[in-house]
Design a protein around this ligand. Sequence first.
Ligand code: FAQ
Length: 321
Amino acid sequence: MTDTLEQHFDATIEHDRRIEPRDWMPDAYRNTMIRQIAQHAHSEIIGMQPEGTWITRAPSLRRKAILLAKVQDEAGHGMYLYSAAETLGADRTDLTERLIAGRQKYSSIFNYPTLTYADVGVIGWLVDGAAICNQVPLCRSSYGPYARAMVRICKEESFHQRQGYELLLTMAAGTDAQRAMVQDATNRFWWPSLMMFGPPDDASPNTERSMAWGIKRHTNDELRQRFVDMTVPQAEKLGVTLPDPDLRWNPERGRYDFGTIDWDELTAVIKGNGPCNAQRVERRRQAHEEGAWVREAAAAHARKAALGADGDRVHGGGAGS
Ligand code: FAQ
């Protein structure tokens, strides 16, 4: 029986069709999907914090409205993704508790501080830019609910990327002090953005199997290179220098060469030792506790509504008998 189910699973992957929630899947596939989707959902939710801190300090009503909308979008992405994880049998409360207990990861990038308003622009440009590069191929990921969630998420992320770039173009056309802020933010976020794509291929334990299962469509290094190639001309147009003396066009490869990434830094940040890890998780824990009454009220309302519906049914049934 399991053999037949496994053959069906393998054939679905081979023919590049989607695996759906009620389909049989190997435990390792299910666990990998839950891990990746949960990590992704946590990143969207924790990712609200670095920019969220600037909402009250946005320099104009227009910038405040844009930033509020963007941060709300990230919350929405987190919700779609938790729902996608639930289709695999995961429990949202359990996932949140694992995040707060440090037993599940979220993207390293959100453990860096946002020191000036230019950081909001640079996050839109580089962080959302890297997210798009990584996530557009995930729209073809083999797990149906994840792939479908990714379509809308990518549309919104590309709007986020453009708003960040527009903010930076405005600052770049401003004063010397504003241009210096843009350069400083670029200096701080460039290398961590490259780390978002994960460890190099030869140190990425999950890539080979995730590629074979059609969960990932490209390796970490392929996507990182794609991001560099896409971003260098954008930096030139902005008039900022990317902080890498080894960055240059390689005519033979038809791609940009770039310097060595500090993998020790990525490992440290993933292990919880980045500049803001403790603060981010603590804030998430507080928000979860402060939101307990909302969850209780929603559950009580749902119970009441269900009881009401049942009551009607019982009453109707009684009248007819
Ligand atoms: N940070 O074997 P691999 C956003 C972990 S975008 C932390 O290469 P895999 C939008 C990895 O999970 C950011 N951990 O793993 C936004 C694995 O953990 P394990 C989120 C990392 O899965 C913008 C271990 O290291 N995007 O939120 C990182 O094949 C602005 C070994 O790595 C996604 O999650 C890292 N950078 O490839 C929001 C995209 N890299 O098994 C707000 C979906 C690796 O030890 C504001 N995810 N790890 O527990 C993916 O594409 C993949 O999971 C990768 C990692 C590429 C991230």
